[in-house]
Design a protein around this ligand. Structure first.
Ligand code: 7TS
Length: 414
């Protein structure tokens, strides 16, 4: 595939060997991309090459292999910098994933910024990874967590946000895209409003990075967190972007090798950015895999990806609406290819099991976002989430299977 050729997901699918699997006798239709994406050969090959030909620890020693490994690792950081349009590579900290990135910031704010009665703002449609670290911080510091509500479509209420921002607001922590509803939050405006109030803002980009170009400089956010595994890269690595001035200001997260400049029992001094936050041997191979995933995304191109995913989304939204007893959970105008729903009162786990019997992989349950589900008065949903390799035929299979669920559970509808 190249940027200029007519997009054909069949060609992309050749890059993802797992998509050739059969499940219960059906071709796998993998519609759980919000949980994790599948990996193209290019990513796995880069990781295999590293282990077979380039493996050594980084930033240590003077022999050839360690120098090669160090260059590859730091090149991966440069790819991340270019990918999110950060000003400097040292503003891109390698972490285990979005969850660790948010915990790193929460830990730093807890120890160096927050005082009792200070306020942290999150939204009603966050993943637990952007709720629980702040609840812990509130427990330690006496700060207070406030919540930006959403409307029945799953869109945040901007007037309520404006009213919540005040002199005590020390941080806003906001998801870019909801992992349950697919809502794309108006983060440009919300970042601007936070800054008007003199408040820094962290964006949880876990659900955004696979779907759209990210430009942290243009956004002007203070922190941006994401995981490689949700953008065709490996598990075990992710990125915390932070503006230099904030990363300088926050204390180290963990102590250990590489994050130090010098150690004595009287006085230990810390390394410069980004190493101040990278204690211990890093996920070197995974960082290289992330770099390969970035190359892959650039190779396909976000214009192409967005066009295809939007076509899938709109096809699915229109077709699903016509299924009897179908109810969308969340209907924001601006949305990513993530669709949550319920079907009459059939339990989502039953639906997930029946879909699985037909080779269709979706996620069911609370999606680590219980407050979002509470807002919509449901205990669980079925969630179908699309990636660049999904096809209209897979969505047709989903629709057909849901019609079968309706037939099987007819008695439920009286
Ligand atoms: N934030 C959002 C918005 C997410 O969707 C997720 C993972 C995380 C944070 C945590 O990412 P991690 O890589 O650190 O685990 N979301 C999901 C999901 O929706 N289904 O499985 C994982």
């Amino acid at each position: 595939m190249t940027k200029n050729s007519l997009f054909n997901p069949a060609l992309i699918r050749d890059d993802f060997p797992i998509l050739k699997l059969a499940v219960h006798g059906y071709p796998l239709a993998y519609l759980d991309n919000a949980a994790t994406t599948q990996k193209p050969e290019q990513v796995v090959e880069a990781m295999q090459k590293y282990y077979f030909e380039q493996n050594a620890n980084v930033h240590r020693g003077t022999y050839a292999l360690t120098e090669i490994a160090t260059v590859l690792f730091e090149n991966a950081r440069k790819k991340v910098q270019q990918f999110i349009h950060a000003q400097y590579p040292h503003e891109c900290i390698f972490v285990r994933g979005t969850t660790e990135a948010i915990n790193l910031v929460a830990n730093g704010f807890s120890r160096s910024i927050l005082k009792p009665q200070d306020e942290i703002l999150v939204s009603q449609i966050e993943h637990h990874a952007n709720i629980v670290p702040w609840q812990l911080v509130c427990k330690y510091t006496g700060a207070i967590l406030r919540v930006i509500p959403c409307n029945d479509q799953g869109e945040l209420l901007i007037d309520a946000y404006a009213a919540l921002l005040g002199p005590k607001t020390k941080l806003v922590a906001l998801t870019h895209i909801s992992n349950v509803l697919g809502t794309i939050n108006p983060i440009e405006k919300m970042i601007d409003m936070a800054h008007q109030n003199g408040t820094p803002i962290l964006i949880d980009g876990a659900q955004a990075v696979a779907h759209q170009k990210i430009d942290v400089l243009a956004l002007d956010c203070d922190f941006y967190a994401f995981s490689a595994h949700k953008m065709y890269g490996p598990t075990g690595v992710g990125v915390l972007y932070g503006k230099s001035e904030w990363l300088e200001r926050l204390p180290p997260y963990q102590g250990g090798g590489e994050m130090i400049q010098s150690v004595s029992f009287d006085n230990t001094t810390y390394n410069m950015l980004p190493y101040k936050f990278e204690a211990g041997t890093m996920a070197i191979c995974e960082a290289i895999g992330l770099g390969a995933a970035i190359d892959y995304l650039h190779h396909i191109g976000f214009d192409t990806i967005q066009q295809h995913e939007n076509a899938l989304l709109h096809y699915a939204l229109t077709a699903l609406e016509n299924i009897p007893h179908f109810r969308f959970i969340g209907q924001a105008k601006a949305r990513a290819p993530v669709i949550s729903f319920v079907l009459g009162d059939v339990h989502p786990h039953d639906i997930g099991t029946i879909l699985d019997q037909r080779g269709i992989a979706v996620r069911t349950g609370k999606h680590c976002a219980e407050p979002t589900l509470d807002r919509f008065g449901v205990n669980a949903t079925v969630r179908a989430s699309f990636a660049m390799y999904n096809t209209i035929q897979e969505i047709e299979r989903l629709i057909k299977a849901l019609l079968e669920v309706n037939m099987l559970f007819k008695r439920h509808y009286g």
